[in-house]
Design a protein around this ligand. Structure first.
Ligand code: SAM
Length: 327
């Protein structure tokens, strides 16, 4: 097998000129031209000769060459069809690589893992197109794709958001979602001059090692993520108000406050101060409260609940009511 040769400006420019390649901004094309960064990515992703690797966006095949050297097999999904003939050329010396010309967001990754890796967890390694970093990563977690780890180059600011905890400005829904599924670790900061063309922002390589089992127990995952969304959609509001205003939980203010008291959370706390464990605990308390209300309603068949409309301050509002009909 040949040695990887593309990780430097000279050969990258040669290939780009040979094929008269025109960079497509809309595809987030910033190709790596630094051997040290490429070696760092390969080393931190912990690839062995047993591994099957999914690469997202191979570009002209720079990192693909390194991956093909280190792994048993590589599948690389590239959206830009003008790169396909180039990849055929730059990867011709490696027989363990297949290139799939498709949009990663429309690719059945589970099927690829089944066919190429017998359904066993794959390692994902990529210099991601920054415009779709979050949908790619959340898609890998939420669609139950068998993934062992994800080692990716992303915008520095996004890497920070994935890694931080409560009480920092970067902490938000992405931090909690990522940390529910995986252990994040920033393994390198990468300056713009390591890419062609140079991006306007700094970059970082982050490794997300998937947990076999999430670090917290939640009775209803969907409910916890709705709670997290409600909390960060109105960052400046207290969490009690965030939950009320979201209209997503069918709980009155009193019921929400009951839940907070039971969880030992101050009523004026903001979502940005809660850890993942506290979000899980709160979601479980809301789950229990809703179940309690539902059971009570079932036991008193003469009751029903819904919304009335009322005019207040000249605005039409809806407010929750429960009506009890005694026989
Ligand atoms: N891996 C190469 C490197 O490091 O030099 C290129 C990385 S470049 C930041 C991102 C790559 O992702 C580009 O090749 C781009 O065409 C590709 N891409 C963008 N959107 C994509 C999508 N939705 N599905 C698959 N590939 C995509």
């Amino acid at each position: 097998m040949a040695r990887p040769y593309l990780g430097n400006p000279k050969y990258t420019i040669e290939v780009l000129q040979k094929y008269h390649f025109v960079f497509q901004k809309r595809f987030g094309q910033n190709f790596l031209i630094d051997e040290h960064v490429l070696e760092k990515i390969i080393e931190s992703s912990g690839i062995t000769k047993d591994d099957f690797i999914l690469e997202i966006g191979p570009g002209i095949g720079t990192m693909t060459q390194y991956l093909a050297e280190a792994a048993r097999e590589v599948a690389a999904v590239e959206i830009d069809s003008s790169l396909i003939p180039i990849l055929k050329d730059t990867l011709k010396d490696w027989d363990n690589v297949s290139v799939i010309n498709n949009d990663i967001l429309k690719t059945d990754i589970k099927k690829i893992a089944d066919e190429k890796n017998g359904g066993k967890p794959v390692k994902v390694v990529a210099n991601l197109p920054y415009y779709i970093t979050t949908p790619i990563i959340m898609g890998l977690f939420e669609k139950n794709v068998p993934v062992d780890s994800i080692t990716v180059m992303v915008q520095k600011e996004v890497a920070d958001r994935m890694q931080v905890g409560p009480g920092t400005k970067d902490y938000g829904a992405l931090s909690l979602a990522v940390q529910y599924y995986a252990k994040p670790e920033i393994v390198a900061n990468v300056p713009p001059n390591c890419f062609m063309p140079r991006p306007k922002v700094g970059s970082a390589v982050i490794k997300l090692t998937r947990y076999e089992k999430p670090p917290v127990d939640v009775k209803d995952e969907g409910l916890m993520f709705r709670l997290i969304r409600a909390s960060f959609n109105q960052r400046r509001k207290t969490l009690v108000n965030g939950i009320r205003n979201s209209g997503d939980f069918s709980l009155s203010k009193d019921e929400i406050e009951d839940v907070f008291n039971r969880c030992d959370l101050p009523l004026n706390i903001r979502g940005e101060a809660l850890t993942l464990e506290q979000f899980a605990m709160l979601a479980n308390c809301i789950y229990d409260e809703k179940k309690l209300i539902y059971d009570k309603r079932k036991k008193s068949p003469g009751s029903c609940s819904g919304f009335f409309l009322r005019f207040r301050t000249g605005m039409l509002e809806r407010f929750p009511v429960r009506i009890y009909i005694s026989s």
